[in-house]
Design a protein around this ligand. Structure first.
Ligand SMILES: [Zn+2]
Length: 369
């Protein structure tokens, strides 16, 4: 099938204009929220995190704000993967430390996005939902105009798409994460795999989240992925753990199938061996290969993101049009560097740049093809 297809690739800059904190500011934000609204976090959780930074990473308190997430998660994940202790933490305590930091990060994103200005994200959601709706009535074999690949954990876009579906296409459409997932609530009919909805004559809006999502939890036994649009379940799990309901039925209620968050953290040794992530990444490769146009919004193509770079290098067609949306002026060093990175990477497929930001692009240029 060689038709016009646009794939949007979203990075942190996409959510930033809705006031999502950049990854490098997340640790600082944890302490700011705790200072301004001490009731937000579970009692004692921030204190435990401070103690981890001071006693395990040996960082003095005045430098806590500037610890990069990579320096926290790279050793934690390596120790857990290799089953070795991390300084004076046993493997079990290392896992607990990671759970705690998962929770603090998730909660921090939730707090900062509670009052976000996401008008432009709603508009984007409407646009891609309407485009996807052309696949209704079993026309999906011939039509596949759009999909979204996101490196963000937040659910701003997911929630906006869900609202569009509830308002304009109730019972006819689903958000499709392009892996095998089940609804968190057993009777939630609004969560089902995209293929199932296509088979029923409806349509799906494809949203591939390469690093996971705050509304996902996974069973460590059967590896089912649970999705919920009503709660940020990856955050709630720290306070109120929930079991896999299928494994409870098959094996009885056991702590061995307590659901866990499976977000991919910013480390230099990301582990994508999880079968659900393998599916998402494979699907992302296919989406990229089918794209006649790829629009990067707020994604900086960093060297450290070598997994993403190899995917793009392998799967983007030589005739694909590349559009890069960012915010700033070419005179700024940061922007000049980024433009250079894209130009070198895509070479003959000369990228076209819009530097007025995500909101402006979505409000004014989304229909220009
Ligand atoms: Zn299970």
């Amino acid at each position: 099938m060689m038709t016009d297809k646009t794939v949007y690739v979203l990075g942190a800059g996409f959510s930033k204009e809705a006031s999502a904190p950049a990854q490098e500011e997340l640790v600082k934000q944890i302490f700011e929220i705790d200072r301004d609204n001490p009731g937000e976090f579970e009692d004692g959780s921030v204190k435990k995190f401070r103690s981890f930074l001071t006693n395990i990473l040996l960082v003095p308190q005045k430098l806590h704000d500037s610890v990069p997430l990579e320096d926290i998660f790279t050793p934690l994940d390596r120790c857990i993967a290799d089953n070795v202790s991390f300084r004076n933490l046993s493997v079990k305590e290392t896992l607990k430390a990671r759970d705690l930091i998962y929770y603090l990060i998730g909660k921090t994103l939730e707090c900062t996005l509670r009052s976000s200005q996401k008008d432009y994200i709603d508009q984007f959601a409407k646009y891609i939902t309407d485009k996807s709706s052309t696949r209704r009535g079993h026309r999906y074999a011939n039509l596949d105009p759009v999909s979204v690949i996101s490196t963000n954990w937040d659910t701003l876009l997911d929630d906006s798409i869900k609202s569009q579906i509830s308002a304009h296409y109730p019972g006819e459409a689903v958000v499709d994460y392009c892996c095998h997932f089940s609804s968190f609530e057993s009777n939630d009919q609004s969560v089902m795999p995209g293929l199932e909805m296509l088979g029923l004559g409806g349509f799906s809006v494809k949203l591939l989240k390469l690093h996971g999502s705050l509304n996902w939890l996974q069973c460590p036994k059967c590896l089912r992925l649970y999705v919920d649009f009503h709660n940020r379940i990856a955050i709630g799990q720290y306070v109120t753990p929930v079991n896999c309901r299928y494994c409870d039925t098959q094996f009885g209620v056991q702590s061995s199938h307590k659901l866990i968050s499976n977000l991919i953290m910013p480390t230099f040794l990301k582990n994508f061996s999880n079968p659900q992530y393998k599916l998402v990444w494979q699907a992302a490769g296919i989406e990229l290969s089918e794209a006649s146009r790829i629009v990067f919004i707020g994604y900086s193509l960093p060297q450290a993101d070598f997994e993403m770079r190899q995917l793009l290098a392998r799967m983007v067609r030589k005739d694909a049009r590349i559009v890069v949306v960012d915010y700033g002026s070419p005179d700024e060093h940061r922007i000049a560097e980024k433009m250079k990175r894209y130009e070198v990477f895509f070479g003959k497929r000369k990228p076209q740049f819009y530097l007025e930001g995500a909101r402006n692009y979505i409000q004014n240029h989304l229909d220009e093809e």
